[in-house]
Design a protein around this ligand. Structure first.
Ligand SMILES: O=C(O)CCC(=O)C(=O)O
Length: 365
């Protein structure tokens, strides 16, 4: 399907550039510039010096400040995984893949923060809950940063739908996915490493339906069990792991040639004090490097996206089946997604990571 490959090239030539670089702005843009040059064009940028006035930048790197500020707060949500990969594909004992969610529990913040930086545990702790947690679980910190990003609010014509706090370590990783939000992602401490692909590259990520499951962790045995959800449910998810282990690299490259042999994803590191504008429907994969205390801290503002003509075109593109010259493995064909785009968009607001609603499909296993 040459036309789709032409589209990938055109989007880079005409809009995003070929260098694989994300545009950087030294100062926050005016609302007009932000709307005209970035939101309307569905084009990311990194903005320096937009959050320098936040007390959080100097206060939050100190774990004792955070623990003190949240000492009397209700327990916070903690995501535990054996390897730092939650909302990601993991093999079942049968060898087939499952979309697995973390074991989630609630505990006092000071205890949770200690777990994040303790590298001697048999699990990885990520403090995150994509349900507007900053304004609920972490409201004691609200005066340390702005309640919204003013120039983005003016450009987008609404206040954020959700504001989320993320505190992770060097093993916390978020797999490739996309959200139906305009995302302003501000790093407060440590660094975040994003891989980004535009919505037009959807076929390069091999979205397929996978059965869902979850980890459950036993404090008594110190072991994780991976259990399939009951009743069974399937979600469409990106099949590509961009950082395969050395042993599986060759196999992954031959399974996903459109990803590994094509244009490199846009790669950017967002440092403390910088803000990434991550446009709606862009695919993103996230890793992180911690500060001296072993934490990476970020806060993101999810604004409602416009369900406009771009959204309609992207959905249409996604519904087209791409015929790669390279044959795909049989097993994946059997769970090929049903992305006809015929389901109405039902926005899962404040309920967690947005799996592409339009693709959400319950298929008979
Ligand atoms: O920081 C992360 O680990 C993931 C962030 C993300 O996926 C988002 O902001 O939509």
């Amino acid at each position: 399907m040459k036309e789709i490959e032409t589209l990938w090239e055109d989007v880079r030539q005409l809009s995003l550039g070929n260098g694989g670089e994300i545009e950087r702005l030294e100062l926050p843009p005016t609302p007009l510039r932000f709307l005209r040059d970035f939101v309307s064009q569905n084009k990311p940028c990194i903005i320096s010096n937009a959050t320098l006035h936040w007390p959080a930048l100097s206060l939050w790197p100190d774990p004792s400040y955070l623990s003190e500020a949240l000492s009397d707060a209700p327990p916070v949500s903690v995501h535990l995984t054996p390897n730092g990969r939650a909302d990601a594909l993991e093999p079942l004992p049968s060898g087939s893949l499952c979309f697995v969610s973390a074991h989630v529990e609630r505990m006092p913040f000071p205890q949770a923060l200690r777990l994040v930086s303790d590298s001697n545990l048999g699990f990885v702790t990520y403090l995150q809950q994509q349900n507007d947690c900053f304004r609920s679980e972490y409201s004691a910190l609200s005066s340390d940063c702005d309640p919204h990003i003013d120039w983005a609010t003016e450009a987008l014509g609404c206040l954020p739908e959700a504001v989320n706090l993320w505190i992770g370590n060097d093993r916390s990783e978020t797999s490739f996915h996309k959200d139906h939000y305009e995302n302003l992602y501000a790093v407060v401490s440590g660094e975040k490493h994003f891989l980004l692909l535009p919505p037009t590259d959807v076929h390069r990520l091999y979205i397929r339906n996978y059965p869902t499951g979850h980890y459950s962790y036993s404090h008594e045995t110190g072991e994780f069990r991976l259990e399939l959800d009951k009743p069974s449910r399937y979600v469409p998810w990106c099949s590509v792991n961009p950082y395969p282990s050395p042993e599986s690299k060759e196999q992954e490259m031959s399974r996903f040639p459109l990803y590994f042999n094509g244009n490199k994803p846009f790669h950017c590191t967002v440092k403390a004090g910088e803000t990434l504008y991550l446009p709606s429907m862009w695919f993103h994969h996230v890793k992180q490097s911690p500060d001296d205390e072993g934490h990476t801290i970020a806060i993101n503002y999810w604004y409602d996206m416009q369900f406009d003509i771009k959204y309609a075109y992207f959905n249409f593109l996604q519904s087209i089946r791409y015929h790669s010259a390279v044959a795909e493995p049989e097993r994946e064909e059997s769970v090929r997604d049903s992305s006809a785009g015929d389901k109405p968009v039902s926005k899962q607001l404040k309920t967690g990571k947005m799996i592409d609603c339009n693709l959400l499909a319950h298929v008979n296993g």
